[in-house]
Design a binder for this molecule. Structure first.
Ligand code: GLY
Ligand code: MN
Ligand code: MN
Length: 447
């Protein structure tokens, strides 16, 4: 079993212990239960690569499947276990086949839980632990199986009411508390995100240098994956989009099996996951290394929109400010290109720009590529604050249509960077991936 936390120098159990303590503090009372992600069969005896549950990892650093973390709040008495891990037992025979398992004793010692038990004892112990707790916290709805199991266990506690045990009266979605913690990245997390971003930046540059007309999209994808993997990022954070020509106008194109044509653009949206954290970069560049006049016109508009958005990704602005800034630049650009008509305000109000720009300008980024965290507080867009990490990714997708000048048909462009909000403004983690017309043409100039 690959375990980032234990096989890298980055593992420090204190980091995770502090997060558990912070969540316990937010809970104030009750019991929280975090199950591991399920192992998923791909076909036959083959499994998809195991990906741990982000919440469980955030609170433990523990990456084995068949694990449950339990936190019990409201017990100030230090003798009472407040953080309890259930995990697989040591099993010398299974370990010959599947590799190392910590087992409860080593897990408790090395990861710093108050107690650890074999996963087989989960139901029996949970009935005890839930007893007399007023609130049950859980990622509600994340797994129908777990929802049903916890309701069953709560009923089992109720059965014991004659022996004086009370079942939790309330069930809360623990993500209300935890997402808010995950939204603000600590220095440890920011260093990992920076590393993920740097690896993906190198991968995009590698792809640019490699690209030639006549190659297949998957050959460029292979260069990206090679660069990710050789730096220890074994998996992409999401399925890479390598979209030549018209394929770029399909937003989630992942076929990646067409031949690249001279004169077309290539849109690549790809980012690695490193030590559990995602990066997410998009670059769009000419297959032959030189932008045509029409491609350049559209590209410069998207690039200007991105710069406007990034300039508003800072404290003092709210979540939607970068999107609004990008939209104004795009709307003016679409008018200049005769894709839209009228005034900027008119285009924004009518929504006519949506024919060419139909997604938002970013999302939170973290352990999940579309990371957790609310975008509004009550009715208002939330203020951007230091420690938040987001993407800035405007685009323009021009499908053939009667109202579109022929020279622009099938041009699809997106430019996406990863941005940390800092006290002074922001830090763009992925700036080094070539992005101006001049920088791209320079990198792609082949001997
Ligand atoms: N690659 C997913 C996204 O850009 O949102
Ligand atoms: Mn994105
Ligand atoms: Mn992306």
């Amino acid at each position: 079993m690959h375990n980032y936390a234990m096989t890298t120098a980055m593992f420090d159990p204190e980091i995770y212990a502090k997060r558990r303590a912070a969540l316990l503090n937010r809970m104030q009372r009750g019991i929280a239960i975090f199950p591991a992600a399920a192992e998923v069969v791909r076909n036959g005896d083959a499994h998809y690569a195991y990906r741990f549950d982000s919440n469980l990892y955030y609170l433990s650093g523990f990456t084995e499947p068949e694990t449950v973390l339990v936190l019990v709040a409201g017990q100030e008495d230090n003798s009472a276990p407040r953080t309890i891990l259930f995990c697989r037992e040591k099993n010398p025979e299974r370990e010959i086949w599947d590799g190392h398992r910590f087992g409860p004793d080593a897990a408790r010692e090395q990861f710093g839980f108050d107690a650890a038990y074999p996963i087989a004892q989960l139901d029996e112990k949970l009935i005890e632990l839930m007893g007399n707790q007023p609130v049950l916290f859980h990622p509600l709805g994340a797994s129908a199986d777990w929802d049903a199991r916890l309701i069953r266990l709560r009923a089992a506690v109720r059965e014991k009411s004659r022996s004086g045990l009370r079942a939790p009266d309330e069930i809360h979605d623990v993500r209300r508390l935890l997402n808010e913690m995950r939204l603000f990245k600590d220095e440890h997390e920011l260093n990992i995100v920076r590393r993920a971003a740097a690896i993906s930046t190198a991968a995009h540059e590698r792809a640019m240098r490699f690209t030639r007309a006549g190659q297949f999209e998957y050959q460029v994808e292979a260069e990206l994956l090679h660069e990710f993997c050789r730096h220890g990022a074994r998996d992409p954070a999401y399925t890479s989009i390598v979209a030549g020509g018209a394929n770029a106008c399909t937003l989630h194109y992942v076929g990646n099996d067409a031949r690249l044509k001279d004169g077309d653009l290539l849109l690549i949206d790809a980012g690695c996951e490193f030590a559990g954290y995602a990066s997410d970069i998009t670059r769009t560049y000419p297959v032959n290394g030189k932008f045509s006049a029409a491609q350049k016109d559209v590209y410069e508009i998207v690039l200007t929109a991105q710069a406007a958005a990034i300039s508003r990704a800072s404290p003092g602005h709210h979540w939607n400010a970068p999107h609004e800034a990008a939209l104004r630049v795009l709307a003016q650009g679409f008018i200049d290109l005769k894709l839209c008509h009228g005034t900027v305000d008119g285009v924004l109000e009518s929504g006519s720009y949506k024919q060419f720009y139909m997604h938002r300008t970013g999302h939170w980024l973290g352990m999940d590529v579309h990371d957790v965290g609310d975008y509004k507080i009550a009715e208002d867009w939330r203020a951007l604050q230091p420690g938040m990490v987001l993407t800035v990714e405007p685009g323009c997708y021009i499908r053939p249509a009667d109202n579109v000048p022929l020279a622009l048909w099938n041009i699809g462009i997106r430019i996406e960077d990863d941005v940390v909000i800092t006290a002074q403004g922001n830090e763009v983690l992925t700036d080094a991936a070539p992005k101006t017309v001049a920088a791209i043409e320079e990198v792609m100039r082949h001997e």
